[in-house]
Write a protein that binds this ligand. Structure first.
Ligand SMILES: Cc1cc2nc3c(=O)[nH]c(=O)nc-3n(C[C@H](O)[C@H](O)[C@H](O)COP(=O)(O)O)c2cc1C
Length: 180
């Protein structure tokens, strides 16, 4: 099988983001033939505005859409902000949802995981991210769920937790199994 490319979006811009570290684990443990590509410019995206969307859209939006077009699947790794999706991620969803009916991730499998400080590990944000991407066009893989309370990392990189490494590995396996 040809290499499977997975676009990775992280819903935190923080340099020491635990979600970014979780995305690193996903990359490090990906099965042979699967490559993960982090799109690291969500913070540069302008706010979505229909007036500026179209043929001459901002370069960073073009880069996001190109990265999405080149991917076979997408993995979203996000914290929860105030019980919901961080704004920077919601903005990316809105850009990826257009052109209407022809977004660059349309029909492609997408899974949502992440970690947050609260005891439920950001499950509200993860559910709402699934809901929003489900409207935006990708094929959300609903049975891939991983919402990790950040306390389990004990201040260490998630790669040092063998259970977490195994769970993240399974997420990527299940996600890429949906590529058809
Ligand atoms: C603006 C803001 C809102 C937050 N709201 C929540 C929340 O609703 N639920 C929660 O579990 N954690 C919340 N947190 C804590 C984050 O889960 C925590 O900072 C997490 O580590 C952020 O992810 P990161 O390490 O990838 O940056 C919030 C943090 C910030 C900065």
């Amino acid at each position: 099988m040809a290499d499977v490319k997975v676009l990775v979006l992280v819903g935190s811009l923080r340099a020491a983001s635990l979600n970014r570290q979780l995305a690193e684990v996903a990359s490090e443990t990906a099965p042979a033939g699967v490559s993960l590509q982090l799109f690291d410019r969500l913070g540069e995206l302008p706010f979505y505005n229909e007036d500026v969307d179209g043929d001459n859209v901002d370069e960073v939006v073009q880069a996001l859409r190109l990265a999405a077009a080149e991917a076979d699947a997408a993995l979203v790794v996000t914290p929860e902000y105030n019980g919901s999706i961080p704004g920077v991620l919601k903005n990316a969803i809105d850009w990826l949802s257009r052109p209407y009916g022809a977004g660059a991730l349309n029909g492609k499998p997408l899974a949502v995981i992440g970690t947050a400080l609260g005891q439920y590990g950001g499950v509200w944000a993860h559910d709402e991210t699934r809901k929003s991407f489900g409207v935006a066009g990708p094929k959300v893989v609903e049975d891939v769920k991983l919402s990790l309370p950040a306390g389990i990392f004990d201040g260490k990189h998630p790669r040092e937790n063998a259970d977490v490494v195994q769970q993240v590995r399974e997420v990527v396996e299940k996600l890429t199994a949906e590529v058809g």
